[in-house]
Design a protein around this ligand. Structure first.
Ligand code: SF4
Ligand code: SF4
Length: 183
């Protein structure tokens, strides 16, 4: 077991009843993560997706979660107030079975990073832009195990998804080209 240390846990509470489907959260998330920052707005690149139920005029904001290499063998099916939702409709995973939470050009997985930036934001962008207060930012401190290797794991996941999509040979070729260009 590793050392215990204090960690700031960030969370966003979603109040579905207050969401009116304006999709400002999707737009600003994509703009904040554009390279260079704010150079484009494309909700397909957003790390939050607002799922719409036209029958009940209900909108459910869903945050992008982890990349999964293979489809899971189970399926989520939600029935809320008698309305059946699409299979996996509220799942947060970036998974091979669907296009959600993938960068449209490269296919790389998208994951909500709570708008990590330097200097840090007071509140994530989607929360700042949600005028209906459907998204509420909260922070708390928790004692957790030391996270040695967490960044390395993130890097490995990114590389693994590239390898799955393009094959190891192409990934290595691209890295070699980048090194040559001195990127
Ligand atoms: S900005 Fe707020 S109200 Fe608008 S779609 Fe997003 S969560 Fe809903
Ligand atoms: S917290 Fe930031 S990264 Fe996450 S969905 Fe909101 S705007 Fe996007």
């Amino acid at each position: 077991m590793g050392e215990k240390k204090k960690k700031k846990v960030k969370s966003i509470r979603v109040d579905v009843d207050k969401c009116n489907g304006c999709r400002a959260c999707e737009a600003v998330c994509s703009a904040f993560h554009a390279k260079p920052r704010y150079s484009s707005v494309n909700p397909a690149r957003s790390r939050i997706r607002v799922i719409h139920d036209p029958l009940r005029d209900m909108y459910v904001p869903v945050y992008a979660g982890e990349y999964t290499k293979a489809e899971c063998t189970g399926r989520d099916r939600y029935r809320i107030d008698g309305k059946e939702y699409d299979e996996c409709g509220f799942c947060r995973a970036s998974c091979p079975s669907r296009e959600d939470f993938k960068e449209p050009d490269s296919g790389l997985p998208l994951k909500c990073d709570m708008c990590e930036s330097d200097p840090p934001l007071e509140k994530p962008m989607c929360v700042q832009w949600c005028v209906n207060e459907a998204l509420v930012y909260e922070e708390r401190e928790e004692e957790v195990e030391e996270e040695a290797g967490e960044k390395a794991e993130e890097l490995e996941l990114g590389l693994e998804s590239l390898k799955d999509r393009f094959g190891m040979g192409k990934v290595l070729d691209a890295l070699a080209r980048m090194e040559k260009k001195g990127k």
